[in-house]
Design a binder for this molecule. Structure first.
Ligand code: 3NM
Length: 210
């Protein structure tokens, strides 16, 4: 997990300023360590179009040995034989995900220390803690918790690998790592950039310095 989590890029076609396949290819050149396909919310593709884009992006990840994780959709994750699945608190119960998903990586979004404790009792590979900072990408995001929340979760004795999520940019990424997270996960800082490769490279450099 320590190699997979540092620069975890999440994206769906609805998040992209440029072409999704181009954006992902550039982000990989820039040094992302993991990719999550999150085709969700207003403007997202459905049905066969969603599957086709998933396949295309998975192929790009495979060529560069980047883990390909599917957000929320267990059927798609199994159809594509994805490397992992990521679910939120309101998605399918985590016991069911652990039982039904045949790939290897399972990630869960948590907001509170209690949810992080619960996650630690299951076979979860990492937790996504957020939103750390205000985000405009997820319309129903909860109140930002701040980077110190990651410290609080660690102080509660939880050792599950953590990625921070929500509003992370090159200006604030170091706070997330310094608070004890194994990685940063983000959408718009790369997907909305005119230069996704450069955006990823700059974030990667910050991780090395943090
Ligand atoms: N989940 P950006 S915040 C997908 O708090 C997602 O669980 C969140 O997008 C959570 O990097 C978020 O553009 C959006 O802020 C992250």
């Amino acid at each position: 997990m320590k190699q997979i989590l540092p620069l975890y890029f999440i994206m769906g076609s609805q998040d992209c300023k440029l072409d999704p396949a181009f954006t992902l290819t550039e982000a990989i050149k820039g040094g992302i360590t993991c990719f999550q396909f999150r085709e969700k919310g207003p403007g997202s593709l459905q049905g066969t179009e969603k599957v086709a884009l998933g396949r295309k992006l998975q192929r790009i990840c495979r060529e560069s040995n980047i883990p390909f994780i599917v957000n929320d959709d267990i059927e798609l994750a199994n159809t594509l034989q994805a490397d992992g699945i990521h679910v939120g608190q309101d998605d399918m119960p985590i016991e069911e995900v652990v039982h039904k998903f045949v790939g290897n990586i399972i990630g869960l979004s948590v907001h509170t220390v209690e949810e992080a404790k619960q996650a630690a009792t299951h076979n979860i590979d990492y937790i996504g803690v957020g939103p750390i900072f205000p985000t405009g990408t997820k319309k129903d995001a909860k109140k930002p918790v701040g980077a110190s929340h990651i410290h609080t979760i660690r102080d509660a004795g939880i050792s599950t690998p953590i990625v921070g999520i929500g509003g992370i940019t090159k200006q604030n990424a170091h706070h997330v790592i310094q608070a004890g997270a194994e990685g940063i996960s983000l959408i718009s800082a790369i997907s909305m950039s005119d230069y996704p490769q450069l955006a990823a490279k700059q974030l990667k450099a910050i991780l090395t310095l943090a």
